[in-house]
Design a protein around this ligand. Structure first.
Ligand code: PEP
Ligand code: MG
Length: 891
C-alpha cells in the first residue's frame, strides 16, 4: 500500500523528492526543535497519481483524515470548530522552488459559524471577518475558478463606497458584507456555493494545489528553469498562525546572509500586523529586519538564534519565512536561499574560511553560469548622471531598454527584437512572461523579498524594486520620477541592479571587475571580507587543482589566442582557417575557384600561401609551447563567392543599359551557378574539398609546416596539430593524411628539421562515430564537432531550426534545452561514447577533445568529463567557465 501523507515529525531534508522542498525543510526544522506550527505533507506521489488519473488517489482522503485527527487532538480543537476553530493553511511545495507559481489557500476551516467563534476566541471581530474574506476569495478563485479580478473589483468598489484607501480601514461589518458579496459572486459565476463544510474545503483545496502544477504560469516557469514536468508538487497542510492580530504580531522574511552580495549580517524585511503573503506580494512597504529588535526584542533574539542554528545545520545561506503571533515566534519555512552569482562566490569562500565547508564543497557551490554572469559589463559610474529613481538593488547587473508597463507589451516588443524594461507597481506571477522577455524589471513597491526580486534573482535578470519615488501609472502608460520627470512608454532607461538606480537614456557600459581580473590579474583584495574577485580566483584555483579535463580555446586570430591564454586556455582546440580566406583575400580565392588551368590555380594558391603562413606564425607565437589544432578548410567554396542575386542584378543592369557586362562578373556567376547546392551543409565541404580541389590541402599544410619551421628557427616551441574536418570514412582520412605527410616530409627535408605535427580528425558525422575504430587507424587525435554531430544526428539544420520550430518543441516538451546548446546525452552522447570506446580500442593513447559549442556549456562539460575526454575547447570567454565546470565535474 503506497503511503501518501507524512507528519512533519516524520520527514527530513533528504526527502525532497517525496515531500517537496518546503515539506522536507519543515520536517527538518521540526526535528531541530524549532517552533514550527504542526502539520503534515501530502506527497508528490499523490500529486502524480492525481494528475495521471484525474481523480483523487484511493485511500488519500482516509490518510489525510487520520493526520487531521492527530492535529486536532494535539490542538485540542477541531477543524472549523464553531466556538474556537482550528484553521489550516494548504500550500504547494515542489522539489524545486517555484516561487508564487502554484496555489496557496489559507484559513481553511472558516464558515458562517466558525467565523463568529474565531471573532470571539481572538477577541478581534475584524480579524475574523478579514480571514473569512481572504478564504472565500482564495478558494473562489483557486478552487472554484472564478476570475480573481472579479473579487478585486468588488473590494475596490466597497472601498470607494466607504471612501477609504486601504483595506485596513474597512470595518468588521464592511468585511462581513464583502463575504456575502463574494459568496454571491461565486454562486453567480459557478452555479455552486462556497462550501461550508471545513472537511470539503480541505479536500478540494488539496486537489486544487495538485492541479496548479499544470497551470500555465507553473509550466512556463518550469520550462524556463529546466524543471521536469513530471515531478508533481507536494501539499503542506499546516495549522494557521496569524501575523495580523495587531501590533504584537507580524510577518517577515529573512536571510542568514545578504543574498545579493553574500556578506554576513542579518538581512530581511518585516511587516507588522500582516500575513506572510502581504510581505511577499510587496503590497505594503516593509521595514528592515533590524527594526524588529525595537518592536519585539524577544522575538528578534529568538529569530537570530534560529537563523544561526539553521545556517550551521545547513552549512549554507538559508532564507526563512516567519510569523509572530501575539509575541510568539513561528518558523513557517526555510530553504537554502537563492542568491546572485556574486553572492554564491563570496559566500562559498567565506563559509570555507569559517570552516563550515571544505574547499571542494565551496567549488561545488558555485557555477560556470554564475561566473559567466559576473563577466558581463556594468554601467560606467562616471557616466551615469542623475538618477531618475533609487530603489532596492534586488538583482545585480546592468540593462538598457525601452520602458513598457505590462507583461503582454514586454513580450510583444521583445519578440520584435526590442530590449525592454518592465515597469510595474509590483509584479505578480501573471507578469512572468513579461519578466522573461524583459532585460530588467523595475517596481515601485516591495523589498528584496518581493515577488519581483525573488523571481528576477532566480533568472539572473536585472531588478530594482521598491523605487518608492516613482509613481507608476499603468493605465496612462507612464511613470513620474521624484523630480517630476515623466517617462512615457517606449522611452529608453538604464537600470543598475547592483546599485539600485534607474537612469534616463542609455548609459555606457564598462567591463566587470571579474573580467579585468581574468584579463590582467588586477583586482581583488576588497576591504570588507572576501571580495568577489578573490572569491572567483579561489574557485578557479581549486577547479584547476582538481580537474582532469584540459581546457583549450577556439581561436583563429593571434588576439583571440592571447586573450584565451590569459583566461587560462591550455592551447587551441580549434583554429578555423576559413576567416583567412575572407576580406582582401577573397580575390585570390575567386581566382583559385575560377582557374581554367592547373597553372592558374597553382598561382592563386601560391599567392595565398604566404598570407596563411603569416596567420599561423602569429597564432603559434601567441600560443608558444601549447598545442594549436589547425583545421583544414571546412565550408563549401561557394561561400567565398559573391551572392548570386547581387551578381545577376549587376549583369542585368549593365545589359539593360546596353553595356557589355563585366567579364569577371559573368565568369563568377557561372561559377556560382555551377557550385550551387541545395544542401550545402551536406555538400562539397570539409575533407571532400581537400579530395576534390587539387592543391588546396597541400597549400594549407605547407603554410602550417613553414610557419612551424619559422617559429622553430626563431627559438619558439610551436606545437601545431593538423585536423581534417567532416570525415565519414577512414579512406577519406587516409588519402588526405598521405598528402599531409608528403608535404610535411618535403618541408622537413628542405628545412633540415623534423616536423612533428600530429594529424587527427573531427568526429562530426554519425558514420564517423560509428566507425571510429577504423578511423583511429589513421587519426592521432579526435575532436568531436558536436555542432555538426548534433545537426546530422537529429537531422536539424543548425542554421535554421532554432528560429523555425524550436520554440514549439520547447513548448511541447520535446526537449527542455536546445540540443545545440546542451549536449543531447541520449543520442549524440551515445555516439560520443561509442567513438571514444572504439577509437581508444584501436589506439589506446588517442587524444580526444571536443570543439563544438558544447565545449563551453556547463552541463555538457560534465558529460565530457564522464565520457573520458582529454580536453574541451570553447570560445575564449567561456574558457574560465569551462575550467570551473571541469573542476566541479571532477568532484
Ligand atoms: C562542429 O561542427 O562542432 C565544429 C566545431 O565545426 P564548425 O562549427 O566549424 O562546423
Ligand atoms: Mg563542423
Amino acid at each position: 500500500m503506497v503511503r501518501y501523507v507524512y507528519d512533519f515529525t516524520e520527514g527530513g531534508r533528504d526527502m525532497a523528492d517525496l515531500l517537496g522542498g518546503k515539506g522536507s525543510n519543515l520536517a527538518e526544522m521540526t526535528r531541530l526543535g524549532l517552533p514550527v506550527p504542526p502539520g503534515f505533507t501530502v506527497t508528490t506521489e499523490a500529486c502524480r497519481a492525481f494528475l495521471e488519473t484525474g481523480s483523487e488517489p484511493e485511500g488519500l482522503w482516509e490518510e489525510v483524515s487520520a493526520h487531521l485527527a492527530g492535529l486536532e487532538a494535539s490542538a485540542g480543537r477541531s477543524l472549523g470548530q464553531p466556538d474556537d476553530p482550528l484553521l489550516l493553511s494548504v500550500r504547494s511545495g515542489a522539489k524545486f522552488s517555484m516561487p508564487g507559481m502554484m496555489e496557496t489557500i489559507l484559513d481553511i476551516g472558516l464558515n458562517d459559524d466558525s467565523v463568529l467563534g474565531l471573532a470571539k476566541a481572538s477577541g478581534n471581530e475584524r480579524f475574523a471577518w478579514d480571514s473569512y474574506r481572504r478564504l472565500v476569495q482564495m478558494f473562489g478563485s483557486t478552487v472554484m475558478g472564478v476570475d480573481s479580478s472579479r473579487f478585486e473589483r468588488s473590494l475596490a468598489l466597497l472601498k470607494d463606497l466607504r471612501g477609504v484607501q486601504d483595506d485596513v480601514h474597512l470595518t468588521a461589518s464592511d468585511l462581513a458584507e464583502l463575504v456575502e458579496t463574494y459568496k454571491n459572486l461565486i454562486h453567480l459565476e459557478t452555479g455552486d456555493h462556497f462550501p461550508q463544510s471545513p472537511a470539503e474545503q480541505l479536500r478540494r483545496a488539496i486537489l486544487a494545489v495538485f492541479e496548479s502544477w499544470n497551470g500555465e504560469r507553473a509550466r512556463l516557469y518550469r520550462r524556463r528553469e529546466h524543471i521536469a514536468d513530471d515531478l508533481g508538487t507536494a501539499v503542506n497542510v499546516q495549522r494557521m498562525v496569524f501575523g495580523n492580530l495587531g501590533a504584537h504580531s507580524g510577518s517577515g522574511v529573512a536571510f542568514t546572509r545578504d543574498p545579493a552580495t553574500g556578506r554576513s549580517g542579518l538581512y530581511g524585511d518585516y511587516l507588522p500586523d500582516a500575513q506572510g503573503e502581504d510581505v511577499v506580494a510587496g503590497i505594503r512597504n516593509t521595514v528592515p529586519l533590524a527594526e524588529l529588535k525595537r518592536l519585539d526584542a524577544r522575538s528578534y533574539d529568538g529569530l537570530r538564534t534560529h537563523m544561526r542554528t539553521l545556517e550551521r545545520h545547513y552549512r549554507d545561506l538559508c532564507d526563512i519565512e516567519f510569523t509572530i503571533e501575539r509575541g510568539t515566534l513561528w518558523m513557517l519555512q526555510t530553504r537554502v536561499g537563492k542568491r546572485t552569482a556574486e553572492a554564491a562566490f563570496v559566500l562559498a569562500a567565506e563559509l570555507a574560511d569559517e570552516g563550515l565547508i571544505t574547499p571542494d564543497e565551496a567549488l561545488a557551490r558555485v557555477s560556470g553560469e554564475g561566473l559567466a554572469r559576473l563577466m558581463f559589463p556594468r554601467f560606467d559610474a562616471s557616466a551615469t548622471g542623475t538618477a531618475l529613481a533609487h530603489g532596492v538593488p534586488a538583482s545585480p547587473g546592468a540593462a538598457v531598454g525601452t520602458v513598457v508597463f505590462d507583461s503582454a507589451q514586454a513580450v510583444r516588443r521583445a519578440a520584435a527584437g526590442e530590449k525592454v524594461v518592465l515597469v510595474r507597481q509590483e509584479t505578480t506571477p501573471d507578469d512572468l512572461p513579461g519578466m522573461i522577455a524583459a532585460q530588467a524589471v523595475l517596481t515601485s513597491r516591495g523589498g528584496k523579498t518581493s515577488h519581483a526580486a525573488v523571481v528576477a534573482r532566480g533568472m539572473g535578470k536585472v531588478c530594482v524594486c521598491g523605487a518608492e519615488e516613482l509613481t507608476v501609472d499603468t493605465e496612462a502608460r507612464r511613470f513620474t520620477a521624484a523630480d517630476g520627470t515623466v517617462v512615457e512608454e517606449g522611452t529608453v532607461v538604464s537600470v543598475d541592479g547592483s546599485a539600485g538606480a534607474v537612469y534616463a537614456g542609455s548609459v555606457p557600459l564598462v567591463d566587470s571587475a571579474v573580467i579585468r581580473y581574468l584579463e590582467d590579474g588586477r583586482g581583488g583584495g576588497g576591504s570588507q571580507g572576501v571580495d568577489v574577485v578573490d572569491a572567483v580566483a579561489r574557485a578557479l584555483a581549486r577547479a584547476d587543482t582538481v580537474r582532469r579535463l584540459e581546457v583549450r580555446a577556439n581561436a583563429d586570430t593571434p588576439e583571440d589566442a592571447v586573450r584565451a591564454r590569459r583566461f587560462g586556455a591550455q592551447g587551441i582546440g580549434l583554429c578555423r582557417t576559413e576567416h583567412m580566406f575572407l576580406g582582401d583575400r577573397r580575390k585570390l580565392v575567386e581566382q583559385m575557384i575560377l582557374a581554367g588551368t592547373d597553372a592558374e590555380r597553382d598561382r592563386a594558391l601560391a599567392d595565398l600561401l604566404p598570407l596563411q603562413r603569416r596567420d599561423f606564425v602569429g597564432i603559434l607565437e601567441a600560443m608558444d609551447g601549447l598545442p594549436v589544432t589547425i583545421r583544414l578548410l571546412d565550408p563549401p567554396l561557394h561561400e567565398f563567392l559573391p551572392d548570386h542575386t547581387e551578381l545577376a542584378v549587376r549583369i542585368a543592369t549593365a545589359q539593360a543599359r546596353g553595356e557589355e557586362p563585366d567579364a569577371h562578373d559573368v565568369a563568377l556567376l557561372g561559377a556560382v551557378n555551377r557550385m550551387h547546392e541545395e544542401n550545402p551543409m551536406l555538400g562539397l565541404r570539409g575533407v571532400r574539398l581537400g579530395l576534390v580541389v587539387p592543391g588546396l590541402v597541400a597549400m594549407q599544410v605547407r603554410a602550417i609546416g613553414e610557419a612551424v619551421t619559422e617559429r622553430l628557427s626563431a627559438g619558439g616551441a610551436p606545437q601545431a596539430e593538423i585536423m581534417v574536418p567532416l570525415v565519414g570514412d577512414v579512406r577519406e582520412l587516409r588519402l588526405v593524411r598521405a598528402e599531409v605527410q608528403r608535404v610535411l616530409a618535403e618541408i622537413s627535408r628542405a628545412a633540415g628539421v623534423v616536423l612533428d605535427c600530429p594529424v587527427g580528425t573531427m568526429i562530426e558525422l554519425p558514420r564517423a562515430a560509428l566507425t571510429a575504430g577504423r578511423i583511429a587507424e589513421e587519426a592521432e587525435f579526435f575532436s568531436f564537432g558536436t555542432n555538426d554531430l548534433t545537426q546530422t544526428t537529429w537531422g536539424f539544420s543548425r542554421d535554421d531550426v532554432e528560429a523555425e520550430f524550436f520554440s514549439a518543441y520547447l513548448d511541447k516538451g520535446v526537449f527542455s534545452t536546445s540540443p545545440f546548446e546542451a549536449l543531447d546525452r541520449e543520442g549524440v552522447g551515445r555516439l560520443v561514447n561509442i567513438a571514444v570506446a572504439e577509437g581508444r580500442a584501436t589506439r589506446p593513447d588517442l587524444k580526444i577533445g571536443v570543439c563544438g559549442e558544447h565545449g563551453g556549456d556547463p552541463d555538457s562539460v560534465h558529460f565530457f568529463h564522464t565520457a573520458g575526454l582529454d580536453y574541451v575547447s570553447c570560445s575564449p570567454f567561456r574558457v574560465p567557465v569551462a575550467r570551473l565546470e571541469a573542476g566541479r565535474a571532477a568532484l
